[in-house]
Design a protein. Sequence first.
Length: 385
Amino acid sequence: MADGPLANPAVIHHRDVLEELNKSAPLSEKLRYTHSVLKRRHDFLDRIAVAIHDGQTDLLKTFIYSGGSSTMLTNYDFSLSQAGSLLEIVRTGQPRVVNDLSIFAAGHHEHSRQIAAGGFGSSYTMPMYLNGVFFGFVFFNSYQTGCFRPEVLHDLDLFGHLVSLMVISGLTTFRTMLATLRAARNITSSRDLETGAHLDRMAHYARLIAVTLAAAHRFDDEFIEHVFLFSPLHDIGKIGVPDHILRKPNRLTPEEFEIMKSHVAKGRQIIDAILQDFGLDSVRHADIMRNIASYHHEAMDGTGYPNGLSGDTIPIEARIIAVADIFDALTSRRPYKSGWSNDEAFAMLRELAGMKLDKECVEALIGNRDAIEKIQAQFKEELFS
């Protein structure tokens, strides 16, 4: 007779209903799976959604969702300070139950109007925190009213914290890695003429372009957020470019330009090494970072570098970053030049559209003048002495 644990009737194997969360998958897929498990217990639960907060700008941004309308509250952000009911949740730190969402039907805020328009009858909203700092919200929604009773909330609290930890873990791993790369970049900040304000502005321009193109290209909020996160690392390879070339105020010689172009390959090498060190080299969104670093100097007409790609063979995230980066370079003051006006920069972008730059990305940026001016006002350049 066999011995050991398998022969012992007191030892059994149990199938973990959440075992899919152990696999490598996008957060949106993990959320959908979590929802499917929870819905077996509470079939009235029609949607789980997560919004994340940007403490730098106070924007609350849609991130991932599961179930419900595919168009409601996606590719959307708003200032948390303008949403009184959500701000109260942050102030108290207490989740909120609304068992009849019709009370928000006449709300003045777009968030309230879209929730009402989505047909949801009730909701449960949990705040997310990382080390005591507000991170965002988990929303549980039902098309029915009166669903979120005390006995249900016990389950939702457990799953809400699971979702919160899942999202925070997924994003903070990338953010920690990005902080490592930024630290390496900042070591050379005295030699690089690109400032922190430049990187902030171009990241927000990139997000603005991505949000504008989301419907046409079917970008989800995960993609948009990762383009925003990774865009400041487009020129990380300049760490390896010699000072006399990096800081040269005049036109580079052909030989110097070849050395400058090597920053693309160096950047890819740095990113690949860091991704491997953090165990993120096989994560789906890591390719967005690789593509931004590798292809943001390619040109639509095939005259760019390093590979001479053209048109749609250039990854869309690299085309987005190219427009955001050039626009900010044109409008930024530097020791060796004055900043252009927005209108002058728009005119130049249109000249470059279709040849060097993606025309669709150019028009997406130019069509958002008000948002551009807000970004410029928020992330002003420090004056040079």
